[in-house]
Design a protein. Sequence first.
Length: 444
Amino acid sequence: MSLDKPLKRRGYSRPQGTDFAASARQRESVLSLGSISHLQYYFARTGLLDGKGGQLARKRHPKATLDLSSLENSGLLSPRLGASDGDSSYASMASSPDLVAETFGEEPLVESPTFDHDQFDSDEYEEADPDILPPTTSTYIHRERPLVKPPTIQELKTSLTTTLDAAAKVLAEVVSASVAPPSPQSTTASPKTGQGWYEIQGMQVLDVMTLAIQAAKMYYTAHEHPDRLDTIKSEKEIRSELLSVMEVLKHTATRNFAGGYREDELKVMTSWIDSILTMLQKEEGIESAEKAERASWIWLKGDWTGREIEREVAFLSSIDNESDPFPPWTPIESATELPTQFLESFQNGLRLVRLHNASVKKSRRRFGAIGSFHTDTQKPYRCAENLRYWIKAAELRWEVILKVDVKGVVYNQPEAWKDFEAAIWQWCRKVRQEITAEWQQSED
């Protein structure tokens, strides 16, 4: 065992006086890092270079197989065999134990691989050096930031009404202060008519109106049913009113609230607040009408065992309110001729498309409506396309695959009506179950 190799020093050594190279000193990016001593101390404290330097490099994992690279040139792996040697005990003279012993006696043996000098740690035998600091570990602590749960639509609505009421109260005070006549007994100027008072009043109005605008924006963008708001007021009209209020606030702040708020400016802000409150009231009326309509759905609850078809017919009748009432349903087995009046009402596919779009509106996930379809179904190919639109929309929106012979239904082939009726009931069952689950979940 040889101890001539230099001892390994582990840890952080205090740097000696040194400086950057001449080429590095010409770069601002290098000089902005500070001194080399500072960088060495920083990397040692943070542990960013643990196991990356030459002295502290981590040793590779030993291979699972034997390392025979040191034996390639020794002649032990492939001894030369004599051509006339027929001895079965020894393949060659070089493999004889006696000769091998004599050969090994002349030269030193190969060191045993079980004794590894690299694994010898001399730190246990050396004295502590005061210039050596102990190894450090990384001080970085990863902290997970909790995600704030987004507010519900009811919370946003409450916030909007609160900010609107606060803004309306402040504007009412401004209007009353501007309309009230000055007292004839007061000979000095009122402290509520100077420029300082106008600035305080203007900042108060600006704060409450900014909060109201922010709450209105959050309510518009996060609304679950934007089409419901569109029925009350179009998005273009909502944006124009909002921009007019912001323009008024901009002008008043630009002139530093000189002279206070004018009558037309107060009128714009007051009318905007009134329009938002009116829209919220109309929305509450629409929600009440929808709740009353859901209360009239007899198919939503109850035991319908043995009356499944009757339940699906009631579902279709409640969904499609714009078209004519459905003809009475007659089973195919007891029908004298096909199609029955009930199935004939679906033959052109127009009513099925309208049922699909109406179901999308009744659902809380309002997407996947059929945008373009044929209303003039005098030609057979238009009826076939309407049926294909309905089948594909059922697959994409409701995730139900329907098997229908479209040409057989359009050209009145008797064997196609049974599958067509089964597809209608399959579609009704899937749509009804999804709508029921959605509304029950929202009520809970």
